[in-house]
Design a protein around this ligand. Structure first.
Ligand SMILES: Cc1ncc(COP(=O)(O)O)c(C=O)c1O
Length: 411
């Protein structure tokens, strides 16, 4: 890929990890040498063709990339039924739910475990919410024979049992976190504590494009394979770029992975979709729409917080979206106006989930169902020859029990 121009949107962060006023590395003194060592090693790895070759090889033969680019004809037609004359954009999907382990999370885990091994680390830790990142981390640890400890809020352990069992089958130790609200934020706190206590042998694989610099940058870079492939596939299939990219946002890794390679294409609009839970005036997880800037988990970004700056609990039907913050690059892309952000409620996501099942024979995860809900709103307002490309970042196997419960079905 060509290097981005100096005034490029793709040129961030600066050398201290800032995306505009966001990002940075607000970490305990004990962690600072580690963070700096990680950054140095990441710079070396980024410049090393052997690192890229190993990453690409694993993505192809282990993960199953490139993931397909798919035109969704029946969903497109369904949405055209409610569109005014001449309206109703074509809907396309990037099929990252077809990856090994069922979501985009594995792209990042492959990159980070290769980095861990370059650094001579012999123990891996990670946090997880829905369990997808935990499963992906446990998977790469099994693949490379490294011990793996996953921190998971006790509440999430209870609601994501199939993934807890998967992690254990893969040889990971799953530690339920009983502090705070016992969900993702608390699991991340606990993982950071473990890291401080085991700085010499341990590598912390963060699951989203958040945390202290250089994590937001390196997670973005590993996930950018999504956007690079999609860009080339679109040009190859129809000879032009899409008009609108849409992706769901928890911490923001699948969204930034799709968006980043297109940021300097002015004709391509982008839309990130946060989880509005029960509604923005009730329990939700929309940090950009309903939060304000603050510092959490080593970086400055938009956060859900009360008047005293205490972090509030995020809520979403989707355990992967209920993080009360968002990656700093998204905070900056919102303020710079390059990317638009919206939200979808639990109910809208549940409807979109069922719509995709019925029209395309694809059972999506509840996370990308939020993106599909936004597509449902927007496609009928766009011209018929316009193209929307949404990221199908996970499959729904893990979610069928909670969907059944919400629909009042006993399995
Ligand atoms: C399938 C899926 N999509 C999206 C997310 C949200 O994460 P991110 O915003 O980092 O892509 C998760 C998190 O667990 C997930 O499992």
């Amino acid at each position: 890929m060509n290097a981005p121009a100096p005034n490029s949107y793709r040129n961030q962060p600066d050398e201290r990890g800032h995306f505009g006023e966001f990002g940075g590395r607000y970490v305990a003194e004990t962690l600072m040498p580690l963070i700096l060592e990680l950054e140095r090693e990441y710079r070396r790895a980024k410049a090393d063709p052997a690192f890229a070759a190993e990453f690409d090889d694993l993505l192809e033969h282990y993960v199953g990339r490139p993931s397909p680019l798919y035109y969704a004809p029946r969903l497109t037609e369904e949405l055209r039924k409610t569109a005014p004359e001449g309206k109703g954009a074509q809907v396309w999907f990037k099929r990252d739910e077809l990856n090994h382990t069922g979501a985009h999370k594995i792209n990042n885990c492959v990159g980070q475990i290769l980095l861990a091994m370059r650094m001579g680390k012999t123990r891996i830790i990670a946090e997880t919410g829905a369990g997808q990142h935990g499963v992906a981390t446990a998977t790469v640890c099994a693949r490379f024979g490294l011990p793996c400890v996953i921190y998971m809020g006790a509440v999430d352990v209870a609601r994501q049992q199939p993934n807890v069992f998967r992690m254990k089958l893969l040889g990971a130790e799953v530690i339920p976190v009983e502090s705070g609200a016992k969900t993702l934020k608390d699991a991340m706190n606990e993982a950071l504590r473990d890291w401080v206590a085991h700085v010499h042998d341990t590598f912390y694989i963060i699951g989203t494009a958040a945390g202290p610099h250089p994590y937001p940058e390196l997670v973005r870079d590993f996930q950018s394979v999504i956007g690079r492939e999609a860009r080339a596939q679109m040009l190859d299939r129809i000879g032009r770029l899409p008009d609108l990219l849409v992706a769901a946002i928890g911490g923001g890794s699948n969204a930034i992975g799709l968006f980043h390679p297109f940021l300097d294409d002015p004709s391509v609009k982008m839309l990130g979709v946060e989880a509005a839970g029960h509604g923005l005036d009730k329990l939700h997880a929309a940090s950009l729409a309903g939060g304000r800037p603050g510092i959490l988990h080593g970086n400055k970004t938009y956060l859900l917080q009360d008047d005293d700056g205490q972090i509030l609990e995020g809520h979403s039907i989707s355990a992967g979206l209920d993080y009360p913050g968002i990656g700093p690059e998204h905070a900056w892309l919102k303020e710079s106006g390059r990317v638009d952000y919206t939200y979808a409620t639990d109910v809208e996501a549940l409807d979109a989930f069922q719509l995709l099942c019925r029209t395309e024979g694809i059972i999506p995860a509840l996370e990308p169902s939020h993106a599909i809900a936004a597509v449902e709103r927007i496609a009928p307002t766009m011209d018929r020859d316009a193209i929307i490309l949404a990221n199908l970042c996970g499959r729904g196997d893990k979610d069928i029990f909670s969907v059944a419960e919400h629909l009042g079905v006993t399995l």
